[in-house]
Every structure is written in C-alpha cells, then in structure tokens.
Design a protein around this ligand. Structure first.
Ligand SMILES: C[S@@+](CC[C@H](N)C(=O)[O-])C[C@H]1O[C@@H](n2cnc3c(N)ncnc32)[C@H](O)[C@@H]1O
Length: 279
C-alpha cells in the first residue's frame, strides 16, 4: 500500500479489524456479531461520534428507502446507522482501499451488506451516472479534498434535482494558523480547510440552496471536555470517540485529538452541520 495516495496512506490501518475485534472481546462483546452501537467508537470517525451521526440523520430526513451517497464514508459506521434507521440504501465512496474492504466486512457482520455498499473512488471524479442518488452525505471528509469546486459539482451531477445534501464538516474559523498533526492530516500538506463563509458560498455556487447551517462547535467542545474528564471506565462505549480511534490508529492519535480540541477552543476551527437542496 506504500505507493497509494498519501491521504489513503494516512487513513490506512491494515489490521484495523483485528484491533477492533480484540478491543470488543476485552469488553466481553462478540466481534462476529457486533451491534451498531458497539462499533460506533471505531467506525464513526468524526467529532461527537454516533451522536453527531444521529443528529445529521434527523436533520437530513431523507425520503424512506432513498438511495444515498456517503462521500468519504470511511469504515461505513454513519452509512450503517443511516440504513438501519431510515431504510436508506447507502453507497459509501471512499479513497482508502483498506476502509472499503474492512467496511464491507463490518456491514456483513451487522447484517446490512444488502443495504450498504462500498466503492473505491475519489469524490472529485465519481464513478456514478448523473442523477443516481436521492440524497448525499459527507461527515468530516472535505478537509482532505483540495478541489472543492469539483467535489460539489460532482455531488450536484449525481443527485436528482430536489435531493438533499447533508453535511457535518470541519472548517476554518479565524485566520490563525492551525497546529498539526490533526486527526485528518499529519501536516498542512494533506489538509485543505476553507473558511465557513467560503464553503457556504462555493456550495451555493455549485447549484445548491441552503436549508440549514448550524455551528456545532460548542457541542463538540463540551463532548471533548466530557471525554477528557471521564474516568477510564467511562471512556469506552458509544458516547466516547477518542479511545476507539486510538485503537485503530495507535496512541499517537491522542495528540491529534488534543490539537483538534485546542484549535476548536481557540476559534481557529469550527464544526458545521448543514443541509442543502440540489436545485
Ligand atoms: C475522517 S474520515 C471520516 C470517515 C467517515 N465520514 C466518518 O465520519 O466515519 C475521512 C474519510 O474521507 C476519505 N476521503 C478523503 N479524501 C477523499 C476523496 N477525495 N474522495 C473520497 N474519499 C475521501 C478518507 O479516505 C476517509 O475515509
């Protein structure tokens, strides 16, 4: 995997499933038959974990049984939550081959492989026909995507008119420099953050009407503080995200989470939940 895209290399943990299985067994859980909640600390790879996914499902309110595209969907935790709660058929498009393989196995284990499928690919050049989907979803994926005009043009192309784009993304707050490493990038070379006002304008100019734009930063800061103050026993379970990601990416990930929390607290970063309608 050493010759692959540097962003895919950043996210590749070849033995992720073995690590998850071991950690589940340590909690007395059966890795062959996990629940969505028991997987959430590992496979909801974004701020506030499963809680944020459930909030976005409620905001998106996709039509029952809709075909939804999750761009940069990673291991597929959000896609499985969306499919199981709404009956949606979700396609995860992701750049990281290991996530595509591992995500498929996890969907099998929770009995959702008929509702969630995985495609290897780039959100700026999607392998889908025009108007293939009735909903689109991104969670903490656009920080890694440099060509945002191409990304939103592609999302517009593959959505049917009137469909919704639901998003939960990290953006620049003020103009102070960011402290790396961050969870999505070891250094600035892999990070393509834009300000909230730039993002809003460029999504609108790609042919979307804004339906909701909510600054989630205070909720994320509260979540980070709760995780930091939790006892070791409280640090496992679906409400807590950092331990799960440490299991996947090793103890060095702690510094990344700490940097993220500090930069959010200093106003350098914001977390936005938003929804748009494709015109
Ligand atoms: C922080 S993870 C978030 C994963 C998932 N959305 C979640 O919330 O659990 C970012 C994901 O975006 C994917 N990604 C980055 N650039 C991409 C691109 N250009 N096209 C598709 N996926 C991309 C990465 O491979 C990674 O899986």
């Amino acid at each position: 995997m050493s010759t692959q895209n540097p962003i895919a290399s950043h996210y590749t943990s070849e033995d992720a499933l073995e690590r998850i299985d071991r950690h589940l067994r340590e909690q007395g859980l059966d890795p062959a038959h996990p629940t969505l909640e028991s997987l959430a600390p590992y496979d909801n790879f974004h701020s506030r974990g499963l809680a944020a996914t459930l909030d976005l499902i409620a905001l998106a309110d996709f039509p029952a049984g809709a075909r939804v595209l999750d761009i940069g969907g990673g291991l597929g935790g959000p896609a499985r939550a969306l499919a199981s709660r709404t009956g949606a058929h979700v396609t995860v498009l992701d750049l990281t081959p290991a996530f595509v393989e591992q995500g498929h196995i996890l969907s099998d284990r929770v009995g959702l492989s008929d509702k969630v499928d995985f495609e290897l690919g780039d959100g700026t050049q999607m392998p889908f026909a025009d108007g293939s989907f009735a909903g689109a979803w991104t969670q903490h994926a656009t920080m890694n995507i440099a060509n945002k005009n191409a990304l939103y043009a592609e999302i517009h192309r593959v959505l049917k008119p009137g469909s919704r784009l639901a998003m939960h993304e990290v953006m620049l707050g003020n103009s102070d420099p960011i402290d790396y490493p961050m969870p999505w990038a070891g250094s600035a070379e892999l990070s393509f953050l834009r300000s909230a006002s730039d993002m809003r304008a460029l999504i609108a100019s790609a042919g979307f009407r804004e339906l909701a734009w909510e600054d989630e930063t205070p909720k994320v800061l509260e979540f980070v503080a709760r995780g930091r103050d939790a006892s070791p026993a409280e640090r496992t379970g679906p409400a807590q995200q950092p331990p799960g990601q440490m299991i996947l990416f090793g103890p060095a990930f702690v510094e990344r989470i700490q940097n993220f929390g500090r930069n959010l607290g200093m106003g350098r970063l914001v977390v936005i939940q938003a929804m748009f309608e494709r015109k």
